[in-house]
Design a protein around this ligand. Sequence first.
Ligand code: PEP
Length: 261
Amino acid sequence: MTASARTPIVAGNWKMNLDHAAGIALAAAVAGRRSEAAGVDLVLCPPAVYIVPVAGAVAEAGGDVAIGGQNASDKEQGAFTGEIAPPMLVDVGCCYVILGHSERRTLFGETDASVNAKAKAALAAGLLPIVCVGETLEEREAGRTEAVVTEQVNGSLAGLDAAALEKTVVAYEPVWAIGTGKVATPEQAQEVHALVRGLLAGLASAETAAKVRIQYGGSVKPDNAAHLAACPDIDGALVGGASLKADDFLAIAKAFAARSA
Ligand code: PEP
């Protein structure tokens, strides 16, 4: 399968930003202009409390834009105060869920093992997980990028069979590029994306690995998206800051639409 056979996927991680009105307005703007990024899967990941109104705004604008959660529990239900179960995300209209974002790993103690358990629970509920991996600046400077990403991919995706891997999106997000304005060069990103695809082949097969979409994330902006989109193993973007403006988010998606055309 060639790069152009994989449908690009551009997801907006709103993190803990915007309010009810601003979230609805952004979702309506993106959904209303969805045709500008034809051929690209678009996903909006609002804070959990805004999933329902954001899904409503997307539906009202008639846009084919998927909704995702920013995190989920590895449990299906029960006495887990403050947690959100994967079936609950499905129940309110989510198709995707971001798992193991570096902020969850560094600020909330998530590990490859917990991300793996969450990925399995998400898949069991019918969600498509977006599993994040990426090295810190210290790790890159110590020449440990390959070792770190290898451990994260193998640990976070352990035990997923070919069918599950094909439903999974991997987001390579170098921690030093997230929210810093320092984007990886296309060469740096492509090198790690090729590594990730090789690891996926090791977990399943080359055929399966060729079907898995691997997003780049870390200060993706309209002015650097086209160079990233031109790389053969970069199948989309996980976008933080730039996803909070419809113009910027759509411009990034358009860069990947050009690749799929
Ligand atoms: C992110 O939060 O996943 C992210 C990539 O953020 P930013 O685009 O702001 O670097």
